[in-house]
Design a protein around this ligand. Structure first.
Ligand code: ATP
Ligand code: MG
Length: 420
């Protein structure tokens, strides 16, 4: 039983398990706060009413030890949820050593680095745990959304032979007698699945970026929500993306209200459709030249001027990947979804013509031979298609107003951190 499954009117014996959050010995009476995944239960031990054996055990138990408590529920307006438990038995399941390397009650605050070093204890903190409860709700909302839209969930390899975008931002690994890499994006594979006839696929999985950035919005291992959709163009997958964002916010506001309260956050469900501006309008606002990409400074400037979620469309072909569908003169059917604090997603309609794709690969200075496994799938009937990749941690960070993306990952990987 969890703390939330009990209320002041619950009859009969209940059993709760959890960690000792706090013990207050007031002489004649001892209060023990027991914390589980869902909340805190007050265990009350009036000396006169409780057996010596139980009182001895409680005296011995250190903070953060794990207990199993059985007893009767008693209404009490002063207790955390309006009730307390009078124990008839207490079992110490695991003793905790003291002192603790980090205080899970948050009475003593800690720096981010210390928190991440002791992440297992840090995540015992109700406010930290709430983030991951919400992350789980977000994943559920996203999966439900895609299944509802007739998508199928896929898993593509994370150990690969070539770079998706030919960049240098890859982690090399040794693969028997060859060199391999950790994949930076499922892009090539989800496109190949369009040729296999799956029509609508989504994948939620890790992406690895070897960039040496050390910012509040970059990780070296992130989680990407990736889709690819046959017979769709850029506009259609943009609509799908804004609907997904809207649905996820709404789902969390409705289903994760308790975690939001613990976190002391309210979320504002964004209005859709999101504003759409062209790349040309965006460089005007941020004082850039045609062909420039937006840095952190420009993104902030744009964010201030837009105020909420928005799309930047029609990027110059030359600064988007080779698989991007060209349009007009030097432009492309591409888009980024932006939140005032960070880029959330990138997407486009893709090139589905073999010749054009080969040409665009060559124009970037890559050799078509190293993309043979990918290019080959365009020769035998590749439907037109479009898609995007959305960063889960960026979505959570902006939704919950977390000041660092590391707050949205249980065990973040960054330039300096490989443990725990
Ligand atoms: P940025 O310009 O913000 O570094 P990007 O354009 O390099 O991002 P894409 O390759 O377009 O990123 O990846 C698609 C999405 O995946 C991004 O919009 C972002 O939400 C997420 N993402 C990419 N790289 C990272 C990263 N290093 N850390 C966290 N999320 C990331
Ligand atoms: Mg991008």
């Amino acid at each position: 039983m969890h703390s939330i499954d009990i209320d002041p009117k619950t009859k009969g014996e209940v059993e709760v398990t959890g960690w000792i959050h706090e013990i207050r010995d007031l002489g004649g009476i001892t209060f023990l706060l027991l914390r589980d995944r869902e909340g805190i239960t007050q265990i009350t031990l009036p000396k006169r009413k409780i057996s010596k054996e139980i009182l001895e055990k409680v005296k011995k138990a250190s903070r953060e030890s794990v207990l199993r408590v059985k007893g009767d529920v008693q209404e009490d307006g002063r207790a955390p949820n309006g009730f307390e438990i009078l124990p008839s038995s207490i079992e110490i399941l695991a003793m905790a050593k003291s002192p603790l390397p980090l205080d899970p009650t948050e009475k003593v605050s800690a720096e981010m680095e210390t928190r991440l070093d002791q992440r297992f204890l840090d995540m015992r903190r109700p406010r930290v745990k709430a983030i991951f409860m919400i992350r789980s709700y977000a994943l559920r909302a996203i999966r439900e959304f895609f299944y509802e839209k007739d998508f199928i969930e896929v898993n593509t390899p994370k150990i690969v032979a070539t770079a998706t975008e030919g960049g240098t931002a890859l982690f090399p690994i040794s693969y028997f007698e060859r060199e391999a890499f950790l994949n930076q994006s499922p892009q090539l594979y989800k496109q190949m699945l369009m040729s296999s006839g799956f029509e609508r696929v989504f994948e939620i999985g890790p992406i690895f970026r070897a960039e040496e950035h050390s910012t509040r919005r970059h990780l070296n291992e992130a989680t990407s929500i990736d889709i690819e959709m046959s017979y769709a163009d850029d506009k259609e997958v943009m609509r799908l993306l804004e609907e997904l964002i809207y649905h996820t916010y709404k789902y969390i506001a409705k289903n994760a209200s308790r975690s939001l309260r613990v976190l002391e956050r309210e979320i504002k469900i964004p209005d859709i459709p999101f504003k759409r501006i062209s790349y040309n309008e965006a460089i005007e606002i941020s004082d850039l030249e045609w062909g420039d990409d937006f840095g952190a400074l420009e993104e902030r400037k744009l964010g201030e001027s837009m105020g909420e979620h928005y799309f930047i469309r029609k990027w110059p072909l030359e600064i988007k990947p080779y698989y991007t569908m060209p349009c007009g003169k030097n432009e492309s059917k591409s888009f980024d979804l932006m939140h005032p604090r960070a880029e959330l997603a990138s997407g486009s309609q893709r090139v589905h013509d073999h010749k054009l794709l080969e040409k665009q690969i060559e124009e970037r200075g890559f050799s078509p031979e190293s993309f043979f496994f990918y290019l080959n799938t365009f020769k035998y009937g590749m439907p037109p298609h479009a898609g995007w990749g959305l960063g889960l941690e960026r979505l959570l960070m902006t939704m919950l107003d977390l000041d660092n993306i590391r707050e949205a990952v249980m065990f973040p990987r960054d330039r300096r951190r490989l443990v725990p």
